[in-house]
Design a protein around this ligand. Structure first.
Ligand SMILES: [Zn+2]
Length: 168
């Protein structure tokens, strides 16, 4: 099962630190953190490698919000999450109209309908028609890097989550 045409890893960039001042500037760079870079890459249309997201294993109650800095739209909740075996966090239903669907692509029969954050237009993943038949029958195959997990009060310790993604 595929989540996208290709599971691409963002290019790694290594910039030498020329001076202490330079280093301080780099620390303020939202693209410096590898996970922050991955979130930006995914929200702009990329796909994270399968089985790479710590959110795959999240089972405790909570909200999955958009990783875009300043967006914070609640996109999915744990009670609609399931293990699809694909290697990407999978859900059978989004929260309200917070996830918008974009068809139109002639390849959508193969790669699913694109899912985007309705608030910031960030790319989230794709929706397929092979979800749990006792639920919606839909599978929202979502890049974990496009999400941050916000646990419910009293749900236990939070998992390793992604930091804010840089703006477009
Ligand atoms: Zn968003």
């Amino acid at each position: 099962m595929l989540c996208s045409a290709a599971a691409l890893v963002p290019p790694t960039t290594h910039r030498p630190r020329a001076s202490a001042r330079h280093a301080a500037e780099e620390d303020d760079d939202p693209y410096l953190s590898p996970r922050s870079r991955l979130a930006g890459y995914v929200l702009n249309g990329g796909t994270e490698p399968a089985f790479s997201s710590p959110l795959n294993d999240v089972k405790q109650s909570g909200d999955f919000v958009c990783a875009r800095k300043g967006c914070d739209a609640v996109l999915f909740r744990t009670d609609t999450k399931y293990d699809s075996g694909t290697g990407w966090p999978s859900f059978w239903d989004p929260v309200d109209d917070n996830v918008k669907l974009e068809k139109g692509n002639f390849l959508s029969f193969m790669f699913g309908t694109e899912c985007k954050c309705a608030k910031c237009d960030g790319h989230l993943g794709h929706r397929f028609d092979d979800g749990p038949i006792m639920k919606s029958g839909k599978r929202y195959c979502i890049n974990g890097a496009a999400l941050r997990f916000r646990e419910s009060i009293g749900a236990g310790p939070p998992p390793d989550t992604f930091p804010d993604a840089p703006p477009l």
